[in-house]
Design a binder for this molecule. Structure first.
Ligand SMILES: C[S@@+](CC[C@H](N)C(=O)[O-])C[C@H]1O[C@@H](n2cnc3c(N)ncnc32)[C@H](O)[C@@H]1O
Length: 373
């Protein structure tokens, strides 16, 4: 069957219609004419793969990755990097409009840097014999010699890893230090830098995967904190304390809350490494520690995992209403859902997408909120 692709969905798949039913076509771009094979049909949609691109989009590029057709990692490797920025900005605009009625002019231009070799971490899957990444939509392991998203030095380290156990293997590299966390060197942690701040990161602690974009993001947070003259700051979902420590010199005090024990241990060490004596950390889920969220705080930096904020946290923020909120999110849909609730007492100043995960459909956003008069 031959179809015309109309637009991209939020996962970077081409969209067309067959007998008025929506059809998602992997690896197809708007304005392309494609011969497709339907691989799934449900009541609501078709799923298809392209057999042949009959008329190519001018935005199509050749993916440089040898695993492109089997690995599910880079959904946008066939789209030009310039168009990728446009896709992500439009995606954020659509989602914000649909789920939170936030107008397009509140979405600022996207921040981006290089398309490849940006990742400072990889999780390798192994079954004791093979080691690599999962094949698209399956748990089959495809051995890889390198991943183009990964820092070059981590790609070199990949070659040294042997599949001895069935446990996932995590490799990380420190920004500016090039220290490597790997089973081959048995280190418990590495040191990484964002700007001039020095951070200890253990295997289980969260650390943003793209150090270049992270610095731009943290600089934006610092600028906002200075502009708003924030004094007492909550750093909710603080991980290893990175954001609070980055801005600690600009404020009176920071309270970080985080549920991962190793991350809180790292945060306390990071406090010492950076002489951030005005930072304090509490271990626990934010939704269980809402009594810590008190009226003395005039700024809350919120950086939750993909599923966004627990209703107890939203309720507490609406109750104590810090003057400003900075909400950082890696999922625009849950961000829009939460902003829609926070809008009861807050005005959204702006949302800025950051291309933290180039060549994939994922996008990080920062949103700045001010309490309504
Ligand atoms: C997106 S990361 C942000 C970390 C940090 N702000 C940074 O920039 O590196 C989210 C963090 O929230 C933590 N987390 C997940 N669920 C949580 C919860 N219910 N309460 C507190 N922390 C949680 C995770 O362990 C992770 O460190």
């Amino acid at each position: 069957m031959i179809v015309q692709i109309e637009k991209l969905d939020h996962y970077g798949r081409g969209i067309t219609k067959i007998n008025n039913k929506i059809c998602f076509v992997e690896n197809a771009l708007p304005k392309e004419t494609v011969e497709i094979e339907i691989i799934k049909e449900t009541k609501k949609y078709f799923l298809a793969t392209p057999k042949k691109i009959i008329k190519e989009s001018k935005d199509r590029v050749l993916s440089p990755c040898p695993y492109e057709s089997i690995c599910g990692g880079c959904n946008l490797a066939h789209l030009s990097f310039t168009k990728e920025q446009e896709f992500k900005k439009e995606k954020v605009k659509e989602i914000m409009n649909k789920f939170a009625k936030i107008p397009s002019d509140k979405i600022k231009p996207i921040i981006y840097d290089k398309p490849y070799h940006y990742r400072n971490k990889i999780t390798l899957h192994t079954n004791g014999n093979k080691i690599g990444l999962y094949q698209k939509e399956s748990n089959t392991i495809i051995p890889i010699a390198k991943c183009l998203l990964l820092n070059d030095k981590l790609n070199e380290e990949l070659g040294n890893i042997k599949p001895k156990t069935k446990k996932d293997i995590i490799l990380k590299i420190g920004n500016k230090t090039d220290e490597i966390l790997s089973p081959t060197n048995k280190k418990d942690y590495i040191i990484s830098y964002i700007g001039n701040k020095k951070y200890k990161i253990s295997e289980k602690s969260f650390f943003q995967v793209n150090s270049i974009i992270t610095e731009k993001l943290y600089e934006e947070i610092k600028r906002i904190i200075q502009e708003k003259k924030s004094k007492n700051v909550l750093d909710l979902y603080c991980g290893t304390g990175t954001i609070g420590i980055y801005i600690h010199e600009c404020v009176d005090k920071v309270l970080g809350i985080e549920s991962c024990k190793e991350a809180v241990e790292d945060a306390n060490d990071n406090k010492k490494l950076n002489n951030a004596t005005n930072c304090t950390y509490k271990l626990g889920k934010v939704e269980d520690l809402t009594t810590e969220i008190t009226k003395e705080y005039d700024m809350a930096i919120i950086d939750p995992p993909r599923n966004g904020l627990h209703k107890n946290v939203i309720e507490k923020l609406l109750e104590i209403t810090p003057k400003n909120l900075i909400y950082v999110s890696c999922d625009p849909v849950t961000l829009a859902r939460d902003l829609n609730l926070l809008k009861e007492k807050y005005k959204v100043e702006y949302i800025r997408p950051h291309n933290m995960f180039p060549r994939t459909y994922h996008v990080e956003c920062i949103s700045i909120l001010t309490k309504k008069e």
